[in-house]
Design a protein around this ligand. Structure first.
Ligand SMILES: [Zn+2]
Length: 472
């Protein structure tokens, strides 16, 4: 469960980060970007970083309202995902042999679209319910071998196809261009939709900050906040009232929170007969929350309501950065942690009584070989170990290699949360922990936390992006 991102001292660099001048942000980004900042794959970050480093002109392209957002660097992320300019079709023809419609663009390039895909995605009211953007056409009514009768460019520059049964499909050029099947176009669209590029960081990270009230009231600020959380994995919101209910308010801004056995929101305090190690004053080694769930929460909000008088500093580690190091320095350990399943358990009573069991690889990798999620909490790792005897010692060696890397000072950001601060972070990527603290009856350390799913957060991000683009 939660560790308590506790203390958060603003360094000079962090103060710089919040100065309202693009060039100041640029210098700050450049400082933590090199050499610590790395990329999961090769191409897009370079563009974004370059955009960030072009101080004046990059900022000049942005909608004026964005200049008040404190997350300076995210402006280029916002502008980078603006819809493409108007596309014009020069010519369209059917290649019957290849069963493709080839569209030649006014700007010189061309795109090819399979007959079957075009018929399947006809946008007419018989085939698509526009109000839901949902396909009406049934698979049983789709002839995947159908040819086309005619293809032409209409007077209003749309691509019109008449099928052998005389059904007509008319396609908007922007709609087609966005769905171009070339490798580069698909890669670019997938990135725009899923935002899988990440900026890796180490102990030199200046944690991005945003203003709580602005995020609640201004769509530009909210969008910049969510984009930064996606890219960096963490953003600290400043200026919230230090009282219970604020993390729930923030969840409502996005959609809804994720209910768990610890309640809608949960109170991190030193509790008698604690049902979780987080509810003591002990040190918590860095971990992700809730691997005992088979689908752990993607995003976590945690607000400091009352800091500890002594101790309790938060520690953050970029799990994706560390797994990349592990893969490079100890490929055998990486292989073990990405293939062996580990049991987790969580037993107790809170919202109701519970007895959770799950199995995870400690490092989840997607089919492209990218690290997708870290599942690691040493406190809830089960004593039940479903491994043959000869794999037990190699498994421990691999975990040890992983935790040794996470504990390296150059990988750990330590911070002290101030009263009111809300740390918002990616629980699938970041590992977080806290130092032990002195508990005193007259001033009790108190944090309030809540979880959300990435689906809900990404949904809000897409809605905000559309509305911000519309306004600009
Ligand atoms: Zn149709």
């Amino acid at each position: 469960m939660y560790s308590g991102c506790k203390a958060f001292v603003l360094t000079d660099r962090q103060k710089l980060y919040r100065v309202n001048k693009p060039e100041m942000w640029t210098s700050t980004l450049a400082r933590f970007a090199r050499p610590a900042l790395q990329r999961s794959t090769a191409a897009v970050t370079c563009q974004v970083l370059k955009a960030c480093c072009r101080s004046g002109p990059a900022a000049g392209r942005l909608p004026p309202s964005l200049t008040s957002v404190q997350l300076r660097g995210q402006q280029s992320l916002v502008s980078a995902s603006h819809p493409a300019s108007r596309q014009l079709v020069r010519h369209a023809r059917a290649l019957d042999q290849e069963r493709l419609v080839e569209v030649e663009w006014e700007d010189g390039g061309h795109s090819s679209y399979p007959f079957t895909w075009l018929r399947d995605n006809c946008q007419c009211p018989l085939c698509t319910l526009q109000s839901a953007q949902a396909r009406v056409l049934l698979m049983c009514d789709l002839d995947i071998h159908a040819g086309v009768d005619t293809v032409e460019v209409t007077k209003d520059n749309k691509v019109s196809i008449v099928w052998p049964d005389q059904h007509t499909s008319v396609f908007d050029p922007e709609w087609l261009k966005k769905r171009c099947f070339s490798s580069a176009a698909r890669q670019s669209l997938q990135e725009e939709l899923f935002l899988n590029e990440r900026y890796y960081w180490d102990s030199t990270l200046c944690i991005p900050t945003a203003d709580f009230q602005q995020v609640l009231q201004d769509d530009n600020a909210a969008l910049a906040w969510l984009l930064a959380m996606r890219r960096f994995g963490v953003v600290c919101l400043k200026g919230a009232p230090a009282e219970q209910g604020q993390v729930a308010r923030l969840c409502e801004r996005i959609g809804f929170l994720r209910l768990t056995f610890y309640g809608h929101t949960w109170q991190v305090q030193d509790k008698y007969m604690a049902n979780n190690l987080a509810y003591t004053s002990k040190k918590l080694s860095v971990h992700t929350d809730y691997p005992a769930l088979n689908f752990p929460p993607g995003v976590q909000f945690i607000q400091c309501l009352c800091p500890a008088v002594e101790g309790g500093e938060s520690q953050l580690v970029d799990g994706f950065h560390v797994t990349q190091q592990l893969q490079r320095e100890d490929p055998e350990a990486f292989q073990i942690l990405t293939s062996l399943l580990v049991n987790f358990q969580d037993v107790g009573r809170d919202y109701c009584d519970f007895h959770l069991l799950s199995k995870h690889c400690i490092i989840d990798v997607d089919r492209d070989g990218r690290v997708h999620r870290i599942n690691f909490n040493n406190a809830t790792r089960d004593s039940v170990l479903d491994l043959p005897l000869h794999q037990v010692q190699p498994f421990y060696r691999a975990i040890k290699a992983f935790t040794d890397l996470m504990d390296r000072p150059e990988n750990v950001v330590s911070c002290r949360l101030e009263s009111g601060d809300i740390m918002t972070f990616d629980n699938w990527r970041l590992l977080h922990g806290r130092k032990s603290y002195i508990s005193s009856p007259d001033s009790s350390r108190h944090l309030e936390g809540a979880y959300l799913d990435w689906d809900v957060v990404m949904s809000r991000l897409h809605v905000l992006r559309n509305s911000v683009h519309k306004d600009s």
